[in-house]
Design a protein around this ligand. Structure first.
Ligand code: FES
Ligand code: FES
Length: 138
């Protein structure tokens, strides 16, 4: 229908003109992850505000199909201003809603790649902060 045509156009537009493609100077964290189905890799840089909660800026680089690249582009546009808790609570349904089209089970890993990389990176960053705390307390 008309609705999904519009979303398809939007996906193509984000694919052809990716937003926030590149890197952030001095990101709070950066992480690379791959889609195990195809081996395509995406790197996500995230800059948090000084409160360590508000997402200020997200950038991405990497390869992949239109769905993965559009998803990364849309996510990087949507996240600034949101909290990192919002990011960590996102699931595949939120990503499918964001994309606005049906995603086949074969393509779901493409759709959620950027989200996963952003979430995994934050977990690793948090783990490193905890380690720092432990080692300075020792
Ligand atoms: Fe090294 Fe993510 S790639 S922490
Ligand atoms: Fe590799 Fe979609 S086919 S990310």
């Amino acid at each position: 229908g008309m609705g999904s045509d519009m979303y398809r156009q939007q996906i193509l537009d984000h694919y052809k003109n990716p937003r926030n493609y590149g890197e952030i100077e001095e990101p709070t964290y950066t992480h690379v992850g791959e889609n195990p189905m195809c081996g395509d890799e995406i790197r996500i840089d995230v800059k948090l505000a000084d409160d360590e909660e508000t997402i200020e800026h997200v950038a991405f680089q990497g390869d992949g199909c239109a769905i993965s690249q559009a998803s990364a582009s849309m996510l990087s546009s949507k996240l600034p201003g949101e909290s990192v808790d919002d990011l960590m609570e996102m699931d595949r349904d939120d990503i499918v809603d964001m994309l606005g089209v049906d995603i086949s089970p074969m393509r779901i890993k493409c759709a959620v790649l950027a989200e996963k990389v952003a979430q995994d990176g934050y977990e690793i960053y948090q783990g490193e902060k905890d380690l720092d705390r432990t080692s300075t307390e020792d």
